[in-house]
Design a protein around this ligand. Structure first.
Ligand SMILES: *Cc1c(COP(=O)(O)O)cnc(C)c1O
Length: 421
């Protein structure tokens, strides 16, 4: 423990295997108040909204926002020539509407809140044709309400774009990390962007306070929201089609192993909760964080959970991995992951640019730097000799403007070339 603590405080990449995590999650899952029923309920709600989503976001086709799943033989050849099993990528980087994994949780929370609000005010009955939510009368009603969120960028895109499209007044509190192009994209979509000088934890505290004093503002609370969490968990139901199409049948002997980038914890936590609920002993999950903000890792290691802030450990939470720049994790997610997550590791910014470059070179996939954090997982977690279906979860990138991507690609290329000299 002292040794790994020293490494973490020196900002060296580490791997921590979580021995508290039981091989069989069944016992733990039976004793919490959410489960498969709640995940199915979320999936049903997404289906009710699908006709509306299809209409207001035609790029989603049938209105079910889901990502591609691919084999990654060329990346496997470059990075892991001796790997047991096969390498796959789950491309949440390419989710429509939000351009990141936040399309799962964020859009789901807007659906949930909207359904409740409209039913309560007699505009809607559960099971109606939800395309009527796009009519002028309902838009007019929703325009009297605000959706608010704090974000390092991507959650803001998700909540902002979705809620503005439904007619809400949308307010996004951006932390200092947020990239200019993400703010520009929101402004173009009619969203109010409030810029904060502090990090995500600070921006969230201010936005939470603002909403507390105004009952017409719904604050999407990334540190506490069970709705976001359930929206992410639905991925575990949806993956079944991907597995079937690829002839994948996970077993405890040949499990799925997920490598998930982690910020506040909601996205990787919800996915882990969903997968462990459905696949039990046939899945393992590992989280990746930047060396400058290993908040989930430290929260579990120290037992401080949501009370933990990396600043108190002399870490500065300064990273180019903006989606993961979180100094303090979700309290309920960190408690749960203490029991469900198999291990945690940290990565450097430079290495993520290198992998962003290599992913493009090998598989032609474009991602943002945060989204690369799962890629080194199989080696770091010492799973190369484990016969498994290794699934790297890429989490953002679809909307990165071309000239910005080119710069990141060049940085990655030079890191790669220098590493070979
Ligand atoms: C938000 C985000 C994550 C992590 O999700 P959390 O819920 O914050 O843990 C990972 N990658 C990207 C690109 C993100 O935007």
């Amino acid at each position: 423990m002292n040794k790994i603590m020293d490494e973490i405080l020196s900002k060296n990449p580490v791997f921590y295997e979580n021995r508290e995590c039981p091989e069989d999650p069944g016992n733990f899952l039976e004793n919490i108040n959410i489960g498969i029923r709640e995940i199915q309920d979320a999936e049903e709600r997404m289906k009710r909204f699908a006709p509306l989503i299809s209409k207001i976001f035609p790029e989603t086709g049938d209105g079910i926002i889901e990502s591609p799943f691919m084999k990654a033989p060329d990346l496997q050849k470059i990075l892991y020539p001796n790997m047991e099993g096969n390498l796959f990528i789950k491309l949440d980087s390419h989710l429509e509407v939000a351009g990141s994994i936040k399309a799962r949780g964020g859009i789901y929370e807007v659906m949930k809140v909207t359904e409740e609000l409209l039913v309560e005010n007699n505009f809607l009955v559960v099971g109606d044709d939800y395309t009527k939510i796009g009519t002028p009368q309902i838009r007019q009603f929703l325009s009297g309400y605000s959706m608010s969120v704090a974000s390092t960028g991507n959650l803001g895109l998700s909540i902002g774009i979705m809620s503005a499209r439904l007619g809400y007044s949308a307010r996004v509190h951006m932390s200092r990390d947020a990239k200019q192009w993400k703010k520009d994209r929101l402004l173009k979509n009619g969203v109010a962007v409030i810029e904060h000088k502090g990090d995500f934890t600070c921006a969230a505290a201010m936005a939470r306070k603002e909403a507390k004093n105004d009952n017409k503002i719904h604050f999407v609370d990334d540190e506490r929201s069970i709705n976001l969490f359930m929206g992410y968990a639905v991925s575990a139901l949806r993956i079944k089609d991907n597995l079937k199409a690829n002839g994948i049948v996970p077993t405890p002997k040949k499990p799925l192993i997920l490598y998930l980038p982690c910020g506040v914890g909601g996205a990787p936590g919800g996915i882990t909760f969903g997968f462990k609920s459905i696949f039990g002993r046939s899945v393992k999950c590992y989280f990746a964080e930047p060396v400058a903000s290993p908040s989930m890792l430290l929260s579990v290691l120290t037992g401080k959970y949501g009370e933990l802030n990396v600043n108190e450990y002399g870490l500065d939470n300064r990273t180019e991995l903006d989606g993961l720049a979180v100094a303090s994790p979700s309290d309920f997610v960190s408690h749960m992951m203490g029991m469900l997550c198999n291990g945690f590791y940290t990565v450097t910014d430079d290495d993520m640019f290198r992998l962003l470059y290599l992913l493009n070179e090998s598989e032609g996939v474009r991602i943002e730097p945060s989204a690369a954090a799962g890629i080194p997982g199989p080696a770091i977690t010492e799973n190369l000799q484990t016969d498994a279906f290794h699934i790297i979860w890429t989490t953002g990138g679809l909307f990165v403007p071309g000239e910005i991507y080119d710069k990141m690609y060049s940085r990655g290329k030079s890191v790669y070339e220098n590493s070979r000299n």
